[in-house]
Design a protein around this ligand. Structure first.
Ligand code: NDP
Ligand code: GDR
Length: 365
């Protein structure tokens, strides 16, 4: 992007603040929507048609006039695998910022839905970038691509930074690798303000039920309320750099407010194993853990109510695993003045408390 292009874009941007979010119904989309509405944005979201309602994470925004003026948030039916829907939405909304958060985001499931994952996560990103160009908005729109620490896959370097080589280990990661590079290509080829946020794992009480942190905190709540006895997991020694989604969505926004389009790693710089997450979560309810293979009792037969058993179920193993992720957010700290605020302990505490409250209200949740 030349300095003149940048100035033109800045002038146009100062007049309107209109965001379009794909994946608005997901964990990050819901927090980002709240954040942008509070900043006075008009927020548009792409939602998929589904047989049951899929707007549970954003329904509260409609009902809360303190968070937005009526009409400040609009949803549009569309799909990342349907170019015409994307062109129509972008043409009518004329966004100044697009956050491409929509994705088939589950790593394990991407081995089962490999072609679909490539279509949505890889080609879907290309479709959005092309739709921006088709609408002639490439100079006005700033584009954020939800890239991922899964790109690093097999450990090449510790900690992982913007310059660490990639080694994807799943159809999801391979699809996101294409999306990463097509974003950079459109930036270089068409002078677009298009950036990758390489975000490490981030969690919250709104995390999808089948990601490991939420699966654990839901189980902690159910075990605490005597609605469940045993927790079954897969790879316990995998290590992740876990942050809080609320901190991370602010980094997405900061990337689009930066003077120049650049890619950033967003991480805490700390890593913990799944095993450590389990221990921290059960400490919240004062339970001791017996891991499968330890102790003398069989799984599920333990009578001591102060103890919980963790069983290993190979069905949760992945054909290729990512063993260790730990990122350095140094560049984001220096250039965006971004720092994570919520600690690992605080994250675990908040998730466990939220799930206990949820399960008390509705044991079938
Ligand atoms: P979620 O799985 O919670 O949300 C995914 C969103 O994408 C949902 O709104 C979903 O809609 C939507 N979506 C799925 N398929 C399509 C499609 N074909 N067309 C349009 N929308 C679709 O993910 P997160 O909020 O956790 O993550 C947001 C993004 O960030 C994802 O791209 C993810 O891959 C990436 N990422 C996430 C990280 C994390 O730790 N959370 C870390 C790094 C990257 P619906 O509700 O209808 O299913
Ligand atoms: P991840 O998140 O694959 O890192 O992708 P997930 O929580 O699914 O797995 C983290 C680690 O936990 C191990 N694990 C289990 N995982 C699940 N889901 N269920 C289990 O029972 C279980 N037992 C152990 C996994 O093997 C893995 O090592 C997330 C997603 O949000 C991606 O979209 C995002 O890009 C990356 O984080 C960064």
């Amino acid at each position: 992007m030349t300095p003149q292009d940048s100035q033109v874009a800045t002038n146009a941007r100062s007049q309107r603040k209109v965001a379009l979010i794909t994946g608005i119904t997901g964990q990050d989309g819901s927090y980002l929507t709240e954040f942008l509405l509070e900043k006075g944005y008009e927020v548009h979201g792409v939602i998929r048609r589904s047989s049951s309602f899929n707007t549970g994470r954003i329904n509260h925004l409609y009902a809360n006039p303190a968070l937005h003026q009526e009409g400040a948030m609009k949803l549009h039916y569309g799909d990342l695998n349907d170019s015409s829907s994307l062109v129509k939405i972008i043409a009518s909304v004329k966004p100044t910022e697009i956050y491409n958060l929509g994705a088939m985001s589950h790593v394990k499931i991407s081995f089962d839905l490999s072609e679909y994952t490539a279509d949505v996560d890889a080609v879907g990103t290309l479709r959005i970038l092309d739709a921006i160009r088709t609408c002639g908005l490439e100079k006005e729109v700033r584009f954020y691509q939800a890239s991922t620490s899964e790109l690093y896959g097999k450990v090449q370097e510790i900690p992982q930074s913007e310059t660490t080589p990639f080694y994807p280990r799943s159809p999801y990661a391979a699809a996101k690798l294409y999306a990463y590079w097509i974003t950079i290509n459109y930036r270089e080829a068409y002078n677009m303000f298009a950036v990758n946020g390489i975000l490490f794992n981030h969690e919250s009480p709104r995390r999808g039920d089948n990601f490991v942190t939420r699966k654990i905190t839901r189980s902690v709540a159910k075990i605490h309320l005597q609605q469940q006895e045993v927790l079954e997991l897969g790879a316990l020694d995998s290590k992740r750099d876990w942050g809080h989604a609320r901190d991370y969505i602010e980094a997405m926004w900061l990337m689009l407010q930066h003077d120049t389009p650049e890619d950033f790693v967003i991480a805490t710089g700390e890593t913990h194993s799944v095993r450590e997450f389990v221990e921290a979560a059960f400490q919240e309810i004062g339970k001791r853990i017996i891991w499968e293979g330890e102790g003398i009792n069989e799984v599920g037969k333990e009578k001591d109510t102060g103890v919980v058993r963790i069983k290993i179920n190979p069905k949760y193993f992945r054909p290729t695993e990512v063993d260790l992720l730990i990122g350095t957010p140094k560049k984001a700290e220096e250039k965006l003045h971004w720092k994570p605020k919520i600690t690992f302990r605080e994250l675990v505490k908040e998730m466990v408390a939220a799930d206990i409250a949820l399960m008390k209200k509705d044991p079938t949740a």
